[in-house]
Write a protein that binds this ligand. Structure first.
Ligand code: ZN
Length: 494
């Protein structure tokens, strides 16, 4: 029935039919962690902006096409296996990793042999997605906690291969009785869960998200190194072509539309237990979702979408996953060798200011504010979740940035917006809010000093934990005044 609704070259024509169904499944880290990690790691590996965006889209589509009827049932069944759920023993996890790595190697070497950089970017997007999902969906972070001084462990599954651990991943969905392998799910299996329960570390509203995010960063680096080595074995010039790949103007436009779909649909998805899957809950908004999503879904598929919705890449990469077929030996994986620190910026309060005069409009004249931050740390911009309809919210946002251990200071820009309108033709009409007491300046600029953990600039002092935060708020005559509290801290990756 689903197949008969497919139209060639279109994602789907029955958008409403789709909306009813695809709320059901969400299989991953929320989209923003995958998105930010992919950008960060590919940038550190010398990929250009276009290729980073392509890999971000392919990473997201690994989730998207696992949970919508807009691709064939077979394709969806293949993609469902690329999220490290429903593996209940160390042996199953070991076998799955071995097959996944085997499949990624074959696909990488085939793309290199056929000289297909775009296909390679899709392999990178899917491979990074699955790798990152292992750390958010398994108990790896609980079995590899931080050091007593707060430093993060960097021993990944691939670089250590310790099989004595009692490892498992969550059951998804919660009422699953039969695994992908046809066997009964163990009765005591822990569930994947949602915002408030289960094993998952999918967003900052879950325990140990920070640890899962750092492991996913490290593991993403290790996977890219393996892929580069595999590609070089076939064609030493191929990897550079992938890093420098460019698209024509029309495809570049399609890519921007796919990126908007990635963000908007993740941010606004609402219903059947979902209240946003960009970076935690509270961002869902059915009205905006229903305005944006059907148009993108009904539009002609881009060349990037087709990499996953059509063709046999998902099938190649899911061969033998969740089977008991004995897997090839895992390759020697070099342990993460970069010297890095995680810089963590945690906002502990966002609040509308209560100094609005009688005739002055409030931040949102129709109701409460819909705050979200746009935070740039060391040149990378992070957009966090929209808090739909809250005039005040505690511990709303957290950003993690990876800095070189040798860096001395990192510039930070902190801006707050109020979401007002759906994304019309890629132009956001959202209002900027004022969190800077200076007249005429709304955002905050300061530097984080890695030597002593202090900040300086428009904020000065040392603010490193929840009981020692800085406060900044807007002041008249600027409009849309709000108050934030936040702190910045750092931990080594060791
Ligand atoms: Zn996933």
């Amino acid at each position: 029935m689903l197949l008969s609704l497919q139209m060639s070259g279109q994602k789907h024509f029955s958008a409403l039919f789709l909306l009813v169904i695809f709320y059901n499944f969400i299989f991953a880290f929320d989209t923003a962690p995958h998105f930010d990690l992919t950008r960060f790691v590919l940038h550190e590996h010398g990929f250009n902006n276009t290729t980073i965006k392509i890999a971000q889209v392919e990473n997201w589509l690994t989730d998207y096409y696992s949970s919508t009827p807009t691709t064939s049932k077979e394709n969806r069944a293949d993609l469902e296996k690329l999220h490290f759920d429903n593996l209940f023993t160390t042996a199953e996890i070991q076998n799955n990793w071995a097959w996944l790595i085997n499949n990624l190697k074959i696909a990488t070497q085939k793309a290199a042999k056929d000289d297909k950089p775009l296909e390679m970017l899709a392999i990178i997007g899917i491979g990074l997605h699955a790798t990152q999902d292992f750390y958010t969906h398994s108990n790896w972070v609980e079995t590899h906690p931080r050091f007593p001084d707060g430093a993060f462990q960097t021993a990944t599954f691939l670089s250590t291969l310790v099989s004595a651990q009692n490892l498992f991943t969550g059951k998804y969905p919660a009422d699953r009785k039969i695994g992908f392998d046809g066997k009964n799910v163990p009765p005591n299996a822990e569930i994947h869960g949602d915002y408030v329960n289960g094993l998952n570390h999918d967003s900052p509203v879950r325990p140990n998200w920070t640890e899962a995010y750092v492991f996913a960063y490290v593991a993403s680096h290790e996977l890219l190194e393996l892929m580069q080595k595999w590609a070089n074995e076939v064609d030493p010039n191929f990897w550079l072509k992938v890093q420098q790949f460019q698209v024509n103007q029309s495809d570049a436009k399609d890519l921007e539309y796919d990126l908007r779909a990635l963000k908007n649909m993740s941010m606004w998805i609402k219903g059947k237990g979902a209240d946003g899957h960009w970076k935690g809950d509270k961002s869902g908004f059915a009205k905006f979702f229903d305005t944006f999503a059907p148009k993108w879904i009904a539009s002609k598929s881009s060349i990037f979408v087709k990499q996953i919705s059509e063709g046999d890449l998902p099938n190649q990469l899911s061969q033998n996953l969740y089977s008991s077929n004995s897997a090839p030996k895992l390759p020697q994986t070099n342990h993460f060798s970069l010297k890095k620190r995680a810089i963590i910026l945690q906002t502990t309060l966002i609040k509308e200011k209560d100094d609005v005069a009688l005739l002055e409009p409030k931040i949102d004249s129709g109701g409460k504010a819909d705050f979200y931050p746009v935070i740039t740390i060391g040149g990378q911009t992070y957009i966090d979740r929209v808090l739909q309809d809250y005039s005040e919210f505690e511990n709303p946002w957290v950003e993690i940035h990876f800095a070189d251990d040798s860096a001395t200071e990192i510039p930070i820009n902190f801006a707050i917006f109020d979401e007002d309108d759906t994304d019309v033709d890629g132009r956001y009409k959202d209002d900027i809010c004022d969190i800077n007491p200076k007249s005429g300046k709304t955002d905050l600029d300061f530097r984080f000093n890695l030597k002593d953990g202090s900040v300086s600039g428009e904020i000065n002092g040392i603010f490193q934990n929840k009981s020692n935060v800085f406060t900044s708020s807007g002041a008249k005559p600027d409009k849309n005044r709000a108050l934030i509290k936040a702190f910045v801290t750092q931990f080594l990756l060791r």
